[in-house]
Design a protein around this ligand. Structure first.
Ligand SMILES: [Zn+2]
Ligand SMILES: [Zn+2]
Length: 93
């Protein structure tokens, strides 16, 4: 099997679907790739970079907010505003 040139569906660049890659793909019964390696790795990186947000209810004002960490059960959680307020209070105390 010769190498195949495939236009990337995302950036329209032509990339090489090499003979070796084709073998691997056909062995696994996979469709030929539609995106170049660059776009594929970008896509994977995006998935990992997507920030996980956890919904919380603020202990102080009862507002719903999201935080970038998993709140611990039984520990009080504060929304962004209250958190900052409590931090600046601590600084001035
Ligand atoms: Zn691409
Ligand atoms: Zn609050």
């Amino acid at each position: 099997m010769p190498d195949i040139e495939i236009p990337c569906v995302q950036c329209k660049d032509i990339f090489i679907f090499s003979e070796k890659d084709q073998e691997i793909f056909y062995q696994r019964n996979m469709m030929q790739p539609q995106r170049c390696a660059k776009c594929r790795s970008k896509k994977a990186a995006q998935r990992e970079d997507a920030p996980k947000r956890f919904e919380i209810v603020c202990d102080h004002c009862g507002r719903h907010d999201t935080v970038p960490f998993q709140p611990k059960v039984g520990r009080s959680v504060l929304c962004k505003d209250c958190h900052e307020a409590s931090r600046s209070r601590a600084r001035h105390a």
